[in-house]
Ligand binder design. Structure first.
Ligand code: FAD
Length: 538
């Protein structure tokens, strides 16, 4: 097959325009082409009046000889290449008489893909997840959003499917992926019920409800292949002898022995971070970001990005990605943008408030939201201890709880009042989507001064790119503190902890992923590393 990239066509092109573009590009007749498939479809909306769709197409010709000839003829054209083989190849298979079962701690996207890949290779992993299975977890999470009853073990952060289960389900990532692991993640998701389009649109998303049923199907496959998953069970201790992990102890008191343990606990497992630090596992403090969620009407964002094409079905609800470098040396950026979604309460500890965002697949809620956050780093902001970033997160989340009125309401302020430094806000046209509720207050008290100054400078700068971004009526809700892990659990080239053999730190919590897709990719890499270590192959 021949892969053509950067084929540009107008937004409202006819279906036949695709085959015409192919035959024109390759200078062949329509009869010479057998078929084609769309591998990727993105868009370029920089010029609102002339929005272009950008395709990557895989073309099959009737004649294999002609395919070879064309690839030679277009050798110097970087947009005409042989279609790469993106199918996944397992690194090995478990021997039938294998007695040791690898343990995977955490059943988020990383633990899920690690567990699934290990199970597919025949390793029968034991997966330990502190939160509940996804249906019960959904009830637990809605219990918090509707009745302010927080279950500290089963919530937005913890439980089957991990942190991204109640999310927009964006599935794109900027990680380099030369081995096409992302394709395996997507293919497994489609097998489990995700829409086929995630395989070809350039910015796929699934939305929260589909994720719930997908996770259940993937769990069923792992169990069918001989894996075991224990929900509502937390790893409270790990055992190390001569710098080699030998097993884990659960909150039930039971000890499981294994020389291969994947640690995929996500960025909110603060007690587990403390436990591994106390055990002497090598960890470092790492940069993360703090800020607020910002909400606008989705129609404001659609209009600013797509003009007269707002509402076009192919384009869907508009998103944005913004960054501003501030005079005080800080950078502010948008993060985890959720078109047509809601701001969610994402606490996992009592008396602390933290925000995040989610959407349904349809993305048809009235507001757009995203985190507007300031980068912070250990050198300047939380020096002296590898876990000091967690203390800072806790401090800001407790402060948000106080400012919200001590009942899990989140502190909020209109953009206009925040920019003017006017403490007594009144809501305008943008209605808050956060549940259980918001308390209007002075948000400048919620973050350190440098962060408040930076966000006050960035919002008007963003308004130059997205008209209406600084609108008086827009709403800020606080606080965002869990953009990524505050620590990094360093590993070597065999994917094992720097000072503990057999411990495989993985995913977002270890600092090796930032999002569902990259966490899934890291899960596959770590599963391969575990398999190679057990099979003693390079
Ligand atoms: P996690 O998903 O955090 O999973 C870790 C799991 O480990 C958890 O289920 C936890 O309960 C379990 N665990 C922790 N400690 C223990 C222990 N001691 N014993 C047993 N189990 C333990 N990313 C995107 O790419 N797109 C999005 O649209 C998106 N939206 C998001 C919306 C929300 C509300 C949130 C919270 C996150 C969102 N993210 C999104 C981020 C994404 O969810 C994470 O990057 C991803 O889930 C990280 O995967 P992970 O497997 O490394 O960790």
């Amino acid at each position: 097959m021949i892969r053509l990239t950067e084929i540009k066509l107008p937004l409202n092109h006819e279906a036949e325009a695709l085959s015409t573009a192919i035959t024109t590009k390759l200078k062949i007749s329509p009869e010479q082409m057998a078929s084609f498939v769309v591998f990727k479809r993105g868009y370029d909306a920089r010029n609102k009046r002339n929005i272009q769709l950008i395709y990557t197409l895989d073309v099959t010709l009737n004649d294999a000889e002609l395919t070879k000839q064309l690839l030679i003829q277009f050798e110097t054209d970087q947009h005409v290449k042989a279609t790469p083989d993106t199918s996944y190849k397992y690194v090995g298979n478990a021997p039938k008489d294998l007695t040791e079962r690898p343990i995977v701690i955490g059943f988020g996207p990383c633990g899920l893909m690690a567990g699934l890949t290990l199970a597919q290779m025949g390793f029968k992993p034991i997966i330990i997840e502190r939160g509940n299975e996804v249906r019960q977890r959904t009830k637990d999470t809605f219990g918090f959003w509707r009745q302010r009853k927080l279950n500290t073990e089963s919530n937005v952060q913890f439980g089957e499917g991990g942190a991204g289960t109640f999310s927009d389900g964006k599935l794109y990532s900027q990680v380099k992926d030369p081995n096409h692991y992302g394709r395996k993640v997507m293919t497994e998701f489609v097998k489990a019920g995700a829409p086929d389009e995630i395989l070809f649109v350039s910015k796929p998303h699934i939305g929260t409800y589909k994720l719930v049923s997908m996770v259940e199907k993937m769990r069923a496959e792992i169990i069918e292949l001989g894996g075991e998953i224990r929900f509502g069970t937390r790893v409270d201790d790990i055992h190390i002898t001569n710098e080699q992990i030998t097993g884990v102890t659960l909150n039930t008191g039971e000890t499981l022995n294994s020389n291969h343990v994947v640690l995929a606990v996500g960025h909110s497992a603060r007690d587990t971070f403390q436990m591994i630090f106390d055990k002497g596992i090598y960890v470092e403090a790492k940069p993360f970001s703090i800020g607020f969620r910002i909400e606008h009407k989705q129609s404001t964002i659609d209009q600013a990005r797509f003009g007269d094409n707002a509402g076009n079905e192919i384009l869907g609800a508009a998103d944005y990605k913004l960054v501003h470098h501030c005079n005080n040396g800080r950078s502010v950026y948008s993060f985890c943008m959720c078109p047509g979604g809601t701001v969610v309460a994402a606490s996992s500890e009592e008396n602390r408030v933290v925000t995040n965002g989610m959407s349904q697949y349809s993305r048809n809620e009235r507001n757009a939201n995203s985190a507007i956050v300031v980068g912070i780093d250990p050198e300047r902001d939380y020096p002296n201890h590898p876990l000091a970033g967690i203390d800072l997160q806790r401090e800001l989340e407790s402060l948000a709880f106080e400012l919200g009125g001590r009942d899990y309401n989140a502190p909020a302020q209109t953009i206009g009042d925040f920019l003017k430094g006017k403490p007594d806000s009144e809501l305008g046209d943008v209605k808050p989507s956060f549940t259980p509720g918001i308390t209007l207050t002075d948000l400048s008290k919620a973050l350190p001064d440098f962060a408040v100054d930076a966000i006050r400078e960035a919002i008007p700068a963003f308004n130059k790119k997205i008209q209406g971004f600084a609108s008086e009526d827009g709403l800020l809700t606080g606080v965002e503190t869990r953009t990524s892990s505050p620590i990094s659990i360093k590993r070597n080239k065999e994917f094992q902890s720097m000072n503990t053999k057999g411990l495989f730190p993985a995913g977002e919590g270890a600092g090796y992923a930032g999002g569902i897709l990259s966490a899934g990719i890291d899960g596959i890499k770590v599963a391969e590393a575990v398999a190679k270590s057990i099979l003693k192959i390079d």
